[in-house]
Write a protein that binds this ligand. Structure first.
Ligand SMILES: Nc1ncnc2c1ncn2[C@@H]1O[C@H](COP(=O)(O)OP(=O)(O)OP(=O)(O)O)[C@@H](O)[C@H]1O
Ligand SMILES: [Mg+2]
Length: 301
């Protein structure tokens, strides 16, 4: 398996404040990974370390098969980066910003720049300071993609965009991956958008990784089952259900149960069948439910 980004037991503290307490994940070459976590979870910290803008305390990081050591200028040419906080020079026009960027990266894909700026209705002759917030965001995306980077690292690229702009940026992110074979690693709080275009997700919480893997796989395994049992049989208990492999939690609901499951659905259904079910309904969970599940309730832990 070829990876564009490899992170192993990454640690980082700001003084006494532990931002990352050992996170690990890999981003497959040519894939789109959504990087998720609540505010303050450590996403920007991770991204800045990947970009070589912040020093790690411990752990291993490889980007495009290189450790982040010494002169990073060659490596930076392979990466398109959109920071969390807009960082283009405000006194430049869009065109000047693109030229400035391509000085470091050499080649600019003029055709793509025109296509994307037209779609975003960006006037490249205008000074950046005269653009609206969403327009600045779009400009930053055009700059990041203008050099056909192998890897795109985007820190909340979709935040602050109207639904039309968001839709366009999502389409372009997918296109960067499908047409150019780029690897995309992007953080977002808009889970339905992540669900649309990401094939893998990494979820972090309080500086720890809580899930990293295929989106389809987690959705296949993580479901809810609403079940009732035949009344004239031996009464089924919560404990009995929770002892079954793959059932995370069982709760009584009406005269049946709602089960949170993670595992092989067919195996779980056959165990339940042995307990004489009357009705069984399997419910899919979306990424939002799964996210809430993995990071919610941490206050009570
Ligand atoms: N420069 C800094 N100095 C001190 N603490 C910092 C600094 N930057 C971040 N932190 C802390 O590190 C932790 C992780 O912050 P980070 O910005 O990586 O989170 P995030 O996941 O990007 O959050 P958000 O979704 O709000 O952007 C937080 O507790 C934050 O307060
Ligand atoms: Mg952030």
């Amino acid at each position: 398996m070829e990876y564009a980004i490899e992170v192993k037991k990454l640690k980082k503290s700001y003084g006494k404040n532990v931002a990352l307490s050992g996170i690990s994940f890999n981003v497959k070459k040519g894939s789109v990974m959504g990087f998720l976590g609540r505010n303050g979870a450590g996403k920007t910290t991770t991204i800045r370390i990947l970009m070589g803008l912040l020093k790690k305390d411990d752990g291993e990081v490889r980007v495009a098969n290189e450790e982040l050591k010494g002169d990073l200028s060659q490596l930076r040419m392979k990466i398109g980066y959109m920071p969390e906080n807009f960082s283009l020079y405000l006194d430049m026009t869009g065109r000047e910003a693109l030229k400035f960027n391509s000085k470091f990266f050499k080649k600019m894909n003029e055709e793509k720049v025109l296509e994307y700026s037209k779609a975003f209705k960006l006037d490249l002759r205008k000074k950046i300071k005269s653009l609206s917030k969403g327009m600045k965001q779009a400009m930053s995306f055009v700059v990041a993609t203008s050099t056909d980077p192998e890897i795109l690292i985007l820190d909340e690229p979709l935040s602050g965009l109207d639904p039309v702009m968001r839709g366009k940026m999502l389409k372009f992110i997918s296109k960067e991956c499908a047409n150019n074979g780029a690897t995309i690693f992007y953080s977002s709080h808009i889970l339905e958008d992540v669900e649309k275009i990401a094939d893998t997700v990494c979820i972090i919480d309080e500086g720890k990784d809580v899930f990293a893997g295929e989106l389809d796989e987690i959705k296949e395994k993580r479901k809810k089952i609403v079940v009732t049992f035949k009344e004239n049989e031996k009464e089924v208990t919560v404990e009995e259900l929770e002892n079954l492999n793959g059932i995370l939690k069982a709760e009584r609901s009406g005269h049946g149960f709602v089960l949170d499951i993670y595992g092989n659905i067919d195996e779980i259904l056959s165990h339940l069948e042995n307990m004489k079910t009357e009705s069984v309904e399997v419910l899919d969970m979306n990424l939002n439910d799964i996210f809430m599940d993995l990071v919610e309730g941490d206050e009570e832990k």
